[in-house]
Design a protein around this ligand. Structure first.
Ligand SMILES: Nc1ncnc2c1ncn2[C@@H]1O[C@H](COP(=O)(O)OP(=O)(O)OP(=O)(O)O)[C@@H](O)[C@H]1O
Ligand SMILES: [Mg+2]
Length: 256
């Protein structure tokens, strides 16, 4: 769907400033300019990301694959501004993320970015519904609207019968789906999802992948999805392979 003009949904609550005309067109939402990220432990330095170049446009559905330890999670953490690069710059819509002030950063993380972590990280002891609704309320939605959208999102991920369950009453795959519903419900401009189908059977996995694809097409959300699931390449519009912290754009549908 690259090159297609997307019409972004107007959000009645005014989140994202309502219908922002600049969002009605495909634009570069995320850019890595020679981004490196190293971790130092004692004498050892691990180069988790190595001079990464990347440009992601609204509506892109980017599948990221690579061996364990190759830097996939690091790429999402740096791309979302949760972690700082050691070198280089990450841009969000032409603004370097590290230049964001406190308020801009809070808005970016609560409204513009949805992040479903590799380990679900649900708020413990809080129902699935409230996990999703609270994130929507942080993003500026009215509590009643947040509850409605949260319930819809949970139904969409196949958890309509689990909305009152807390984390300890949900399976690993169900917790991941709550985390994904929490990240997707606000229709973010950027969605980061770290192996969201890792614990799912193939039918549930395809349902989730289709849901993410639908979000990219309906709302213009740009998606970076880390996966070991070959089925994801049927839904993604782009495929990035990462090896030893280096990014390589692969042909769509190439399972290597
Ligand atoms: N906080 C940290 N401190 C030190 N090293 C780290 C840290 N986080 C990650 N690493 C190292 O950086 C490298 C990349 O880690 P990352 O979590 O990005 O891998 P990954 O591709 O997501 O792997 P997996 O598929 O197993 O989730 C690994 O070698 C890891 O051990
Ligand atoms: Mg990882």
């Amino acid at each position: 769907m690259n090159g297609v003009v997307f019409v972004r949904m107007c959000l009645e609550s005014g989140v994202h400033g309502g219908c922002n005309p600049t969002l009605a067109q495909v634009e570069t939402v995320l850019r890595f300019a020679s981004v490196s990220k190293s971790y130092t432990r004692g004498q050892e330095t691990i180069h988790a990301l190595d001079s990464a170049e990347l440009e992601v446009r609204s509506g892109d559905f980017v599948a990221v694959t690579g061996p364990s330890g190759s830097g996939k999670t690091t790429m999402l953490l740096v791309g979302s501004g949760i972690e700082q690069p050691t070198q280089g710059q990450v841009y969000y819509r032409d603004r370097p993320i590290d230049a964001f002030g406190k308020t801009e950063r809070k808005t970016f993380l609560s409204q513009d970015v949805g992040f479903a972590m590799q380990h679900a990280h649900l708020w413990p002891g809080v129902s699935a519904l409230n996990n999703v609704s609270a994130a929507l309320q942080f993003a500026g939605f009215h509590p009643r609207e947040a509850d409605e959208l949260a319930a819809d999102a949970l139904v969409a991920v196949g958890l309509g019968d689990r909305i009152q369950h807390v984390d300890s009453e949900l399976s690993g795959g169900q917790q991941q789906r709550v985390a994904l519903a929490r990240a997707m419900a606000k229709k973010p401009l950027l969605l980061f999802a770290d192996e969201p189908t890792g614990n799912l059977d193939s039918e549930a996995s395809r349902r989730i992948l289709q849901l993410i694809r639908d979000l990219t097409e309906a709302a213009g959300t740009a998606v970076l999805l880390v996966t070991h699931d070959p089925a994801a390449l049927d839904y993604a519009t782009r495929h990035i392979v990462i090896r030893d912290g280096k990014l390589l754009e692969s042909a769509p549908g190439d399972g290597s």
